[in-house]
Write a protein that binds this ligand. Structure first.
Ligand code: NAD
Ligand code: TYD
Length: 358
């Protein structure tokens, strides 16, 4: 039986997944089926611009639901599944690791199991075409010292947070499904993303919104932890590139070659906001910076060596941080109704839990 020109996207109502779905529908033909549980981090408002698009189908459900996932493969006969769904916030994984194992490890296993059964049922041409693309993180590699070389695909795994450990577990299962069963998998390990629709518990939108309102800007520890920032559009273009050209069973690191200390990210946001939204009552927003108690086990530095995807698949990032952060700030300023929508009671409760006593 023929494969349809359909892709299943898990976690498509979250930050990166929704950017991916919107961009895919703008660029590619065919159908998209989004499967999302709509946890606190999932928001159908992210997909509002495609809710009338006949090429998009939203399915509300859990990746751990065996029957539901089996039914999606059987009904839609996709050419690929792109797996974004995850619990994704390190601070939450410190407070509640069990949920991370359930979704990130058990949920990924359920997808692999059902994808594999579906793939085995295909004819030779269908089996050749099908892909399982697993979206993962650079955090599986652990923390770097100041002069260590950046992570390559050969860097040994050394996850340090429950989040990173659960993502590492999912990566290993993906590898095993290729090695043991021949499932044509692809894994991408990407650095920190930023851009539209990011839930405001992560550093960049949290600082941006606090700074806008004249609230304290919590910087963990000495503010010198380093992250490698990539605009979400560049991450999505990297994923499309790997899906199209990546070799089954392989992994590809995706990163922006844009390492920055947290404090430099925070001051950049302050300065752009002072320019775009000066406020005499608040004054210079840098004065809002507040050093708070560090995150337990806080990784010092992440950096991605993206040589492989650049050299073998011809991908390069398009957006430099200075341009990307300005555009991101402009997006949030123009979309305050989205912000109001996601700052629910549950969000306020999280802020209270995470920052009380820091
Ligand atoms: P997010 O938290 O914004 O979105 C996750 C989405 O998954 C939400 O829509 C949520 O409702 C959904 N979800 C959670 N549990 C589910 C379940 N059991 N069943 C179905 N849906 C479920 O996360 P994000 O930042 O968009 O990250 C997406 C993926 O990219 C994750 O796998 C993450 O590990 C990876 N990643 C993220 C970054 C980053 O900087 N944000 C960097 C590299 C890799
Ligand atoms: P975050 O956005 O949570 O991403 P990750 O932990 O996956 O890298 O945090 C990015 C960096 O910012 C990280 O070093 C922790 C730091 N951070 C703060 O200093 N203050 C904050 O309030 C938050 C949420 C993060």
């Amino acid at each position: 039986m023929e494969l349809n020109n359909t892709v299943i996207v898990t976690g498509g109502a979250g930050f990166i997944g929704s950017n991916f779905v919107l961009e895919w529908l703008r660029r590619e033909g065919g159908q998209v089926v989004t499967l999302d549980k709509l946890t606190y981090a999932g928001n159908l408002g992210n997909l509002a611009s495609v809710d009338q698009d006949p090429r998009h189908l939203f399915v509300h459900g859990d990746i751990c639901d065996d029957e539901l996932v089996a039914g999606l493969f059987e009904t839609h006969r996709p050419r690929a599944i792109l797996h974004f769904a995850a619990e994704s916030h390190v601070d939450r994984s410190i407070k509640n690791p069990g949920e991370f194992v359930r979704t990130n490890v058990v949920g990924t296993l359920n997808l692999l199991k059902n994808a594999c059964a579906y793939w085995k049922s295909l004819d030779a041409e269908g089996q050749r075409q099908f892909r399982f693309l697993h979206v993962s993180t650079d955090e599986v590699y652990g923390s770097l010292g100041p002069d260590d070389p950046a992570f390559t695909e050969l860097t040994p795994y050394a996850p340090n947070s429950p989040y990173a450990a659960s993502k590492a577990g999912s990566d290993h299962l993906v590898r095993a499904y290729h090695h043991t069963f021949g499932l044509p998998t692809l894994t991408t390990n990407c650095s920190n993303n930023y851009g539209p629709f990011q839930f405001p518990e992560k550093l960049i939108p949290l600082v941006l919104l606090n700074a806008l309102e004249g609230k304290a800007l919590p910087v963990y520890g000495d503010g010198k932890n380093v992250r490698d920032w990539l605009h979400v559009q560049d991450h999505c273009s990297g994923i499309r590139c790997v899906l199209e050209k990546g070799a089954p069973g392989e992994t590809y690191n995706i990163g922006g070659r844009s390492e920055m200390k947290n404090i430099d990210v925070v001051t950049a946001i302050c300065d752009i906001l002072d320019e775009l939204r000066p406020d005499a009552k608040i004054g210079a927003r840098r004065s809002l910076i507040t050093y708070v108690t560090d995150r337990p086990g806080h990784d010092r530095r992440y950096a991605i060596d993206a040589t492989r995807i650049e050299a073998e698949l011809g991908w390069t990032p398009q957006m430099r941080f200075a341009e990307g952060i300005r555009k991101t700030i402009e997006w949030y300023l123009s979309n305050m109704s989205w912000v109001d929508g996601v700052r629910s009671g549950a969000y306020q409760e999280w802020l209270h839990q995470n920052y009380r006593g820091r």
